[in-house]
Design a protein around this ligand. Structure first.
Ligand SMILES: Nc1ncnc2c1ncn2[C@@H]1O[C@H](COP(=O)(O)OP(=O)(O)OP(=O)(O)O)[C@@H](O)[C@H]1O
Ligand SMILES: [Mg+2]
Length: 99
């Protein structure tokens, strides 16, 4: 069991009823302490995947499992704890608060 496991992640965006698939079945394992780079062409879905790993995007198919526990996006408390205590990342557009 890896620290973080992504299983069969599918994600599409829609323009009206037209579907634009972005992630088409991503399976990935991350071990604790592992240093990983995700590379790909612009528009390839890297930020989309980060939003899913980060617990921000709940509109996808597949599962995200952390330390053996699969995230359940209907459990707000669990998601709050995950975002507060387990996961953190810097957004591509920073989203920092100016002082
Ligand atoms: N909120 C959104 N609504 C509709 N389409 C989106 C949305 N966000 C991203 N997309 C589309 O999904 C695809 C993947 O975008 P994403 O931002 O995940 O790519 P990326 O790999 O992070 O690209 P970049 O290297 O430019 O940061 C692109 O075609 C993009 O236009
Ligand atoms: Mg990006």
């Amino acid at each position: 069991m890896a620290f973080l496991e992504l299983h069969d992640i599918h994600k599409s965006y829609y323009l009206g009823k037209e579907e634009f698939p972005v992630l088409k079945g991503i399976d990935l394992d991350f071990e604790l302490g592992e240093f990983v780079s995700i590379l790909g062409e612009s528009g390839g879905g890297k930020s989309t995947l980060m939003n899913i790993i980060g617990g921000l995007d709940r509109n996808f198919d597949g599962s995200v499992t952390i330390q053996g526990q699969t995230l359940d996006h209907t459990k707000e408390k669990q998601m709050d704890n995950y975002r507060r205590g387990t996961i953190g990342y810097i957004y591509q557009s920073y989203n920092l608060i100016s002082i």
